[in-house]
Ligand binder design. Structure first.
Ligand SMILES: *Cc1c(COP(=O)(O)O)cnc(C)c1O
Length: 231
């Protein structure tokens, strides 16, 4: 797609977010639109920033670092949404404001040790593997409380909430059931004294269901930018 169509696409997505939020008795501002620009060209990201989008997500580190450097003057907020490999923690700790898919204490410890002291704490979400899917990352729900407690105690990190990539479902009711599980896990942690304010859930195919269940960040790629170019 070309940047010319982007304002209309963004407006349409914003309307859908607002409608889903209103349907859940929530304000549209309670949902942050995270534009996932992985595999998309720089010009599209620049156009999206020109339309007022502030939060950008990437999952391929080399590509992300090049974009962050090129767009430094726009003062965007960068989120790493991909899996974090142990040998790549330093550039992630240095260049991003958020990490969404944390699922191992060892990785969290490296990010904490490598977060620069002049930077604010790195915001992190724990990815939960709700359906026990082998191909996907995420901590099993049973191990979540221990991981959350350990990560919350680390310096230089701010544990903000939970993230999931549930199985693809076409029916909204089934989509909602997965997101409800993540919300319940967050509520249980908060009832036990953790203070989490973020549910990073919902992608282009299911973000309205996620908002109905309390998503505070929806991660949208194709809904905003169209299909990703084949790399
Ligand atoms: C690619 C990606 C997205 C965006 O996916 P779309 O279906 O294009 O909206 C969201 N979250 C993560 C973790 C991704 O890797």
């Amino acid at each position: 797609m070309s940047p010319q169509n982007l304002p209309e696409r963004i407006a349409t997505v914003r309307e859908r977010v607002a409608r889903a939020a209103a349907g859940a008795g929530r304000s549209a501002q309670s949902v942050t639109l995270l534009a996932v620009g992985k595999a998309q060209p720089l010009e599209l990201l620049i156009a999206a920033a020109g339309c007022g989008l502030q939060h950008f997500g990437e999952s391929y580190l080399q590509e992300a670092l090049a974009k962050i450097a090129a767009l430094r003057d726009l003062e965007l907020t960068w989120h790493f949404v991909g899996r974090v490999q142990a040998n790549k923690t330093r550039p992630i700790a240095e260049a991003f404001a958020w990490v969404h898919a944390l699922d191992r204490l060892r990785i969290a410890e490296r990010l904490a040790a490598q977060r620069p002291f002049h930077a604010p704490p790195l915001n992190v979400c724990l990815q939960v593997n709700l359906a026990d899917e082998r191909a996907k990352g995420g901590v099993p729900p049973a191990e979540l409380p221990a991981l959350a407690a350990a990560v919350a105690s680390l310096p230089r990190l701010s544990l903000r909430g939970l993230m999931c990539i549930p199985p693809e479902e076409s029916e909204p009711a089934r989509q909602r059931a997965w997101f409800a599980r993540l919300r319940e896990l967050l509520e249980r942690l908060n009832a036990a004294g953790t203070r989490l304010d973020t549910l990073s859930m919902g992608m282009s195919g299911d973000f309205e269901a996620a908002i109905a269940e309390g998503a505070t960040i929806v991660r949208l790629g194709t809904a905003l930018f169209g299909p990703r170019p084949v790399q």
